[in-house]
Ligand binder design. Structure first.
Ligand code: SF4
Length: 381
């Protein structure tokens, strides 16, 4: 069946909001939040910790904190509460993006039952399982991800337990890696350029002869595909491969891309076919998948990345995040004075729908002649 990725039109009259066909929470995030709140409910009186932020959304994490949960580490893996202060009776929730084998072991050694409260997303586990299978066939794993992201650190740890592994951040690093595969650069430079991104004992003379590419699930699927294709072509040209013997040197890992991130990204691509004045993307500023949605929109039209409706200060002024500069900026006259104004709207995989609703209501509220939200909702009933 052909899937529909065209946006849903909310026609308020003076403002048309085009809502992406898929936006917001993915299965993994919903599942993790569900388990977290159920754990709080069922374990009154016990200390409950989260290894680090459940998802990259400040509101959700603030809610969890308000419910009594404490964070053991920050997003970069820096310890906030020492593991040594934990006891076997404490509950530690593993977040949706999983954790490293070393941390799993540390918690198990204390006697903490991590399996019971593990919210690692099945799609992240799928990447680990696939890595295990290709590792068994002696492929080196190339992980497309941000080296310091929790999920990449977890995937790197699981993959490198079975086979040599290396992380590439983007196409530039994939091209750099290709130079060592092709023998175009002296091996010593690899160890400096990829410092902190390869597994212990990584031996360039042996470990780039058979490779498979997996990703941090929230990277742009099209970027991972482009990197995998580039490295595949590199292997073909280095070893003179054909379609028949390609698999001897390059593992097929296409089925490890997460459907949810993919759907949100494809829905943005579908939404961008609509002519509009601006785009608003809602999500946590440190959310990887949200920044990729922003990137897609920025290529086409003025885009404002906000983490909730309060950043829309008025009909003239908006405070928004520039993730290239890593800072919040204030822009004036972001809404054109023409009627109707067309706004594209989407949100990242860690953004609650209530925040998107808040943005819709705020924007529509700037136009006294606009239809009410209730009137719009009845069109869809
Ligand atoms: S983006 Fe995909 S892999 Fe990541 S938590 Fe969501 S469903 Fe799971």
């Amino acid at each position: 069946m052909k899937r529909d990725f065209s946006p849903t039109v909310l026609d308020f009259g003076p403002i048309h909001i085009y809502l992406a066909r898929h936006f917001g929470f993915c299965y993994g995030v919903e599942n993790a939040i569900d388990i977290a709140f159920r754990t709080i409910e069922e374990n009154a009186g016990r200390r409950i910790f989260l290894l680090s932020e459940m998802i990259h959304n400040p509101q959700v994490n603030a809610d969890l904190k308000a419910s009594g949960i404490e964070f053991l580490q920050d997003n970069s893996g820096k310890q906030i509460i020492p593991f040594e202060s934990l006891t076997a009776d404490d509950i530690v929730l593993i977040p949706a993006f999983g954790t490293t084998l070393a941390i799993e072991k540390k918690l198990k050694d204390i006697g903490i039952k991590i399996e019971q409260y593990n919210t690692t997303c099945p799609f992240v586990e799928k990447v680990w399982n696939r890595s295990e299978v290709i590792a068994r066939n002696q492929y080196t794993i190339v992980i497309h991800g941000k080296p310091n992201h929790e999920e990449t650190r977890a995937t790197f740890s699981h993959a490198s337990a079975n086979t040599p592994s290396v992380v590439v951040r983007d196409m530039d690093e994939a091209k750099e890696l290709a130079k060592y595969i092709l023998g175009e650069k002296p091996f010593e430079q690899f160890y400096t350029v990829f410092k902190g991104q390869f597994s212990e004992g990584f031996d360039l003379s042996r470990h780039l002869q058979r490779i498979g590419v997996v990703n941090q699930t929230t990277m742009l699927a099209s970027d991972t595909q482009a990197i995998a294709d580039y490295l595949k072509e590199t292997m073909i040209s280095r070893y003179g491969l054909t379609e028949e013997n390609l698999r001897e040197r390059f593992a097929d890992t296409r089925d490890t891309l997460c459907y949810a991130t993919n759907d949100n990204q494809t829905a943005v691509t579908g939404m961008l076919n609509t002519k509009a004045d601006l785009a608003i993307v809602v999500g946590g500023y440190n959310s990887s998948n949200t920044s990729h949605l922003v990137e897609l929109c920025e290529e086409k039209l003025p885009t404002f990345f906000i983490n909730n409706e309060e950043k829309i200060l008025s009909a003239q002024t908006i405070m928004h995040y520039n993730f290239h500069l890593k800072s919040e900026l204030v822009s004036e006259y972001y809404l054109p004075s023409k009627h109707p104004v067309s706004v594209l709207l989407t949100s990242g995989a860690s953004c609650p729908d209530a925040l998107v609703e808040g943005v819709i209501k705020k924007l529509a509220g700037f136009y006294p002649a606009s239809k009410s939200v209730e009137e719009i909702v009845t069109q869809f009933q």
